[in-house]
Design a protein around this ligand. Structure first.
Ligand code: SAM
Length: 383
């Protein structure tokens, strides 16, 4: 795996953080390189303010910081921010101004650089934010894999921002150039909702939440198998998304406190809103933006519920799921339980068995299995 990005006569050492053993995933892609080359050619005056949206692991922020530009990096991802910060520091560059996807965009950017996000709903939200906050005449340059830029994508830029055209493809990446001509008068609607009638839930979802327009089928299957036990004092919903599992866990275990954790700011805001909306009082839950259970006390939870991610940005990977399982083992108390749902082919049963020394399939259908494992009382916490 390459860890040095050589571009425009400079070399940047870039990794995805937190660093994994045997990591094979590069921390930048061809669209990052194309964007940086384009920005080099633009020869922006020293001190220009770059607004960078969705920088994957900090490649664009590092390049811009090295040029001495003033950088605001807006992202929904805590991991993206951790990575950018670590990469800036590794390259002896000053940190940049990080803002979350829930904060207003600055109105004085001289140019806006965007990596296209995965979800169209989030793209629309960000285009509306640009339309609402940035000044008329500012240029927006977005980059992505060619296969992810469709005519419909360009129409969204035209609709919300202004005149749009694209570049030629280069190493299977393309750029979108757009001039800010339109001004959104009022703030866009922040959340949309859907009902889960079997469970009397109406779930609010910010734009970048996983499965934000209907309930994930794995989550639906998992709902039925959330355990109830009067000895549970602390339940963790690891990778909580909109908090659907947290709501049901809190209902079934009225004596327990629930911690809902996600690396997405919008997921955590949605989970918090959904717990409150379904009658769970604020003192009973804590919703946190975090990388897995990093920083959680060992032996501090009785139950971990987990519907893990199997992607990081556009790459299929199970390293986050594995980190979640290792963290859960450390944070669970003796006899504490983890309940995980996943596609059959992901082999979570074998992984949990390896880690916990036991694992049982408690439910399954054609596509998914639900596996539970217990922390043996004599096992030592480890990561
Ligand atoms: C498959 S979704 C499950 C969401 C929700 N629990 C459900 O069942 O609908 C996985 C979630 O894990 C979150 N996630 C990904 N990487 C994470 C990390 N390093 N730490 C915490 N959460 C993470 C994603 O943002 C996503 O919301």
């Amino acid at each position: 795996m390459k860890t040095t990005l050589d571009i425009s006569g400079k070399a940047f050492s870039l990794r995805r953080y937190p660093i994994q053993k045997n990591d094979t995933l590069q921390a930048w892609d061809a669209a990052d390189e194309y964007l940086i080359e384009q920005l080099e050619q633009a020869e922006l005056p020293a001190g220009s303010h770059l607004l960078v949206l969705n920088d994957g692991f900090g490649a664009i922020s590092c390049w811009a910081a090295e040029k001495g530009y003033h950088v605001t990096a807006a992202s929904d991802s805590h991991l993206a921010q951790i990575s950018a910060d670590a990469n800036l520091s590794k390259n002896n560059l000053n940190s940049v101004n990080f803002i979350s996807s829930l904060e207003p965009l600055p109105n004085d950017a001289d140019i806006i650089v965007m990596k296209l996000p995965k979800y169209t709903r989030f793209l629309v939200w960000q285009l509306q934010q640009i339309s609402q906050y940035s000044r008329i005449g500012v240029q927006v340059i977005a980059g992505a894999k060619t296969k992810d830029i469709h005519t419909s994508t360009l129409k969204l830029f035209e609709k919300h921002i202004g005149t749009t055209h694209t570049s030629l493809a280069k190493k299977k990446a393309r750029l979108i150039f757009c001039l800010k001509e339109k001004q959104l008068g009022s703030a866009p609607v922040e959340t949309t909702s859907f009902d889960v009638t079997d469970y009397q839930m109406t779930l609010q979802n910010h734009a970048n939440v996983f499965s934000s327009e209907s309930l994930d089928i794995a989550a639906y299957l998992m709902l039925k198998h959330i355990p109830s036990n009067e000895d549970f004092k602390h339940i963790i919903d690891l990778g909580c998304g909109n908090g659907v599992l947290s709501v049901e866990a809190a209902r079934r275990n009225p004596q327990a406190k629930v911690t809902a954790v996600d690396e997405s700011h919008m997921a955590v805001a949605s989970a918090s809103a959904n717990l409150l909306k379904h009658g769970i009082t604020a003192g009973r839950f804590d919703c946190r933006v975090n990388d897995c259970l990093n920083g959680f006390e060992p032996n501090s939870a009785d139950l971990v519920l987990c519907n893990p991610p199997f992607h990081q940005l556009n790459t299929v990977t199970d390293h986050i799921a594995w980190q979640m399982f290792c963290d859960a083992r450390r944070v669970l108390g003796p006899n504490g339980r983890i309940v995980v749902i996943g596609n059959r082919h992901l082999g979570y049963h074998a992984k949990l068995k390896r880690l916990f020394g036991n694992a049982q399939v408690i439910a399954s259908d054609r596509k998914f299995v639900i596996v539970e494992a217990y922390k043996q009382p004599d096992s030592k916490g480890m990561r």
